[in-house]
Write a protein that binds this ligand. Structure first.
Ligand code: ADP
Ligand code: MG
Length: 398
């Protein structure tokens, strides 16, 4: 989704209040009537009307005709503005640059702070897939039922939950010393983190030491489990590879883990399945891409489970729950993701993710594949010149 930030600069304090009023009203009204917007934003009727016209023109709110009355609803654009405005006020993000990623449920942009230092803005967009043309299946029914249960603001609430969860887990992991981006801020459905100067493993054609990297990645899976967590989408799209050059000029590949909205606790009922799936993803990728198959079986969940909580950092699943991302929120998000087929990069199209030449069939998979290719080509073209093309750097033996 486009992020047109033109209007960000010219909205007046009254416009922001009215926009916030529409947001507040949208939480429990499918259509927010104008008088309610006026009272929620504590703005006189005439001023409210003027702001509404401007906000509607900028597509931050949309007019909805109801059988009983006309009114407005917040759009994703409006939610984007509200979140960005807050992030700007708290000096987390100053200006928005190029889009570097298009996922099924998120958009990724490069932003910079006041000093021009580059960061990454991830905007969660749960519910977007169901609106897409050509994807009509049981998810739509689920969404209708869900909307009845939770009100029209459900996409907003769920996207915010995803951002809260991702930020909470990234913070806990970062503090525990796991290789993840540095979390820098979160507001509504957006999070800001440090930019990883690298590219997804998916684009790495060749590595000098597949066995070494393989061992390192499975070590991360085990490290997470000891900390009480399973990534749940541990695959070549969500592992960034950074190249660190040391004094001796030799290049070291450093994996950095991203994308945490589907993380689960080792106490989850399906923990073992998620753990095994993460492990298998890596095994399959290393086999197909590098022709590397380890002699050693495992790691196995039952072995790792014995060591849960033994690291100095303790149990992050417990810490995150205490930090404000409650069990109830986790459950809400999990149910929504399951009902809407939000199952990460790895699962959606069977094993489409492993190689670009793998065969696809079925509408859904084609759609997913198309987006994956979009994303891959975006990254290959190095939008914004930030992500280097893997071919330009040698991963063959030094
Ligand atoms: P999604 O949930 O849509 O899969 P991800 O968090 O996996 O979103 O991000 C999508 C893509 O954006 C990644 O595969 C990566 O290429 C890029 N990206 C995400 N976070 C960062 C970051 N911190 N630094 C650099 N690139 C990133
Ligand atoms: Mg991802």
């Amino acid at each position: 989704m486009k992020l047109d930030t033109k209007a960000l600069r010219y909205l007046s304090p009254t416009d922001w209040r009215v926009l916030t009023g529409v947001e507040t009203g949208s939480r429990n009204h499918e259509v927010v009537p104008t008088p309610l917007i006026s009272s929620l934003s504590k703005t006189a009727a005439g001023d409210t009307q003027r702001s509404i016209s401007l906000l509607a023109k900028a597509n931050l709110i949309a007019k909805v005709k109801n059988t009983k009355y006309d009114g407005y609803r917040l759009t994703y654009g409006g939610l984007d503005y509200l979140a960005l405005h807050s992030l700007q006020k708290s000096n987390v993000a100053y200006s928005v640059g190029n889009q570097i990623g298009v996922g099924k449920e998120s958009d990724i942009f490069v932003v910079s702070d006041e000093k021009g230092q580059q960061r990454v803005l991830k905007i969660h967009r749960l519910g977007r897939v169901s609106f897409r043309k050509g994807v009509r299946n049981k998810r739509d029914y689920a969404r209708t039922r869900q909307q009845k249960e939770r009100g029209a603001g459900s996409w907003m609430y769920m996207s915010r939950l995803a951002a809260m969860k991702e930020h909470a887990f990234m913070s806990a992991l970062y503090d525990a010393g796991v290789s993840v981006p540095m979390p820098l801020g979160q507001n509504r459905h957006q999070i800001v983190m440090s930019l990883v100067d690298g590219f997804p493993l998916r684009q790495v054609k060749d590595v000098p030491d597949p066995a070494g990297l393989y061992a390192e990645l499975l070590e991360i899976v085990v490290q997470l489990a000891v900390l009480g967590l399973i990534h749940g989408d541990f695959n070549e799209f969500n592992i960034m590879i950074r190249e660190d050059v040391d004094e001796g000029e030799s290049v070291k590949l450093v994996p950095v883990l991203i994308d945490f909205p589907q993380m689960v606790s080792v106490d989850h009922a399906d923990a073992e399945m998620y753990f095994d799936r993460d492990v298998q993803c890596i095994k399959r990728f290393f086999d197909r891409r590098f022709g590397f198959v380890s002699d050693e079986p495992g790691p196995f969940f039952e072995d790792v489970k014995k060591n849960v909580g033994t690291a100095e950092a303790g149990r992050l699943d417990v810490q995150v729950e205490a930090s404000g991302f409650s069990r109830k929120m986790a459950k809400d998000l999990e149910v929504y993701m399951r009902e809407h087929g939000v199952d990460g990069d790895a699962k959606s199209g069977g094993d489409h993710n492993t190689d670009s030449d793998s065969d696809q069939s079925g509408d859904d998979e084609d759609d997913v594949q198309e987006e994956v290719e979009d994303h891959a080509s975006l990254m290959r073209n190095g939008v914004g010149g930030l992500i280097r093309q893997p071919q330009a750097r040698t991963h063959s033996s030094p």
